[in-house]
Ligand binder design. Structure first.
Ligand SMILES: NC(=O)c1ccc[n+]([C@@H]2O[C@H](COP(=O)([O-])OP(=O)(O)OC[C@H]3O[C@@H](n4cnc5c(N)ncnc54)[C@H](O)[C@@H]3O)[C@@H](O)[C@H]2O)c1
Length: 362
């Protein structure tokens, strides 16, 4: 079978994970497009990517051999880039969040159905070794139905730059509610993606102008740029199935350190997948654990799962899963229908926070 040929759109922070994951899975990255073509050239030259462009449109016009496009551009552009690629008969791998909101995701879903092509999103935390190990326990029946879960991604000081696209709501869709949606997605994945019914949410804007709360990564500060997104969110969700989910997402909050976790309580066992950081945002200081809390033979038992370390937090494996999905070697790690449920939840979190009232999710 000839190698899958992929073009990447967006040569920023995430592109290297796409490239590494695709190539490790046997695909070829034949082109990259970036609005500023110098950046595309800088990315392409050490990796021997032959062609660079300044737009997806120009890449599609010139490259007839592409099978797929991967999108690593800011959130505002996801919808139009996905639809353009699908309409040109290509499969798509796109960064999270899927779109800016559920209305956009409905348009994307319609385009997927019309095209018959595959669309996967980079919910890389599903691809982490700890998440795969936990899912195998859940699927084995040892956890039972998950009644309740807590999705947490909290940072003490992790604002990804001031005034750039991350902090401009019109381009990003919002702050940590939408940027750090990974743990909400992972909790839903463990809970078998139930249909949500109500959301009650509060958001806060503290520290958004305070440089002491800038993360060690992200993009450069922009003079006179816009910083109009929230710094933290606390919320509660209920589902039609009777399950419930507590959410804490923050870029800047007076917590001891950055914590990324899903904790759940099942009818037979509880569990926790957790990454804690010594320093906010520094993957190399992180420690991952994966544990089950259960009872056997009248004894309370904790099971520590031993998994391989993945400092990329599943990012390379998620990109590889896209290639394996196209070659038929693996099942897709996520679906566009799940992305629509997730975007409805994100919309409801913002709507409830704005109105101060619980919001029904249709
Ligand atoms: N999965 C994860 O762990 C993770 C982590 C960080 C960011 N992200 C997501 O990845 C995406 C990119 O984030 P990033 O940190 O790489 O951003 P970035 O700002 O570092 O890079 C984005 C690049 O896209 C280019 N660009 C902008 N608009 C474009 C367009 N219309 N066409 C072509 N190029 C365009 C910019 O010039 C820039 O080089 C975002 O959606 C973000 O939410 C995901």
């Amino acid at each position: 079978m000839p190698a899958i040929k992929i073009g990447i759109v967006g040569a920023g922070g995430m592109a290297r994970y796409h490239y590494d994951g695709f190539t490790k899975a046997g695909a070829e990255v034949i082109a990259i497009a970036n609005r500023n073509i110098e950046r595309a050239n800088e990315f392409a030259s050490p990796r021997n990517i032959k062609k660079t462009y300044d737009t997806l449109t120009r890449m599609l016009d010139a490259e007839s051999g592409l099978d797929a496009v991967s999108i690593a551009a800011p959130n505002k552009f996801h919808k139009s880039l996905i639809i353009e690629a699908l309409e040109n008969g290509l499969h798509v791998f796109c960064e999270k969040p899927p779109t800016l909101n559920a209305a956009e995701m409905k348009e994307v879903l319609a385009a997927v159905k019309k095209s018959g092509k595959k669309l996967l999103f980079d919910f890389n935390n599903r691809a982490r070794p700890e998440s795969r190990a936990m899912l195998s326990y859940i699927k084995s029946g040892k956890v039972g139905r998950i009644n309740s879960a807590q999705a947490i991604w909290i940072r003490r000081a992790g604002i990804p730059g001031f005034g750039g696209w991350f902090t401009t709501k019109a381009v990003s869709g919002g702050g940590p509610v939408i940027d750090l949606l990974h743990m909400i997605d992972l909790a839903l994945y463990f809970m078998d993606y139930p249909e949500p019914s109500f959301a009650l949410s509060s958001v806060f804007y503290d520290f958004m102008g305070n440089k002491a709360f800038k993360g060690p990564w992200g993009i450069a500060d922009t003079q006179n740029g816009v910083t109009d997104v929230e710094s933290a969110c606390h919320a509660f969700l209920t589902f039609k199935s009777g399950q419930c989910l507590t959410i804490r997402n923050s870029w800047a909050e007076m917590n001891e350190r950055e914590v990324v976790s899903v904790v759940f309580q099942g009818q037979k066992a509880g569990g926790k997948v957790e990454r804690v950081f010594q320093r906010d945002g520094s993957d190399e200081t992180s420690m991952d654990t994966c544990r089950i809390f259960t009872e056997e033979n009248g004894v309370h038992v904790n099971i520590d799962m031993i998994t391989e370390q993945d400092k990329t937090m599943g990012r390379e494996s998620a990109a590889a899963n896209f290639v394996y999905t196209l070659t038929g070697a693996a099942e897709p790690l996520n679906t566009p229908e799940q992305a629509l449920i997730l975007m409805k939840i994100i919309d409801a979190l913002y709507e409830s926070a704005a109105s101060g009232k619980p919001v029904s999710i249709g």
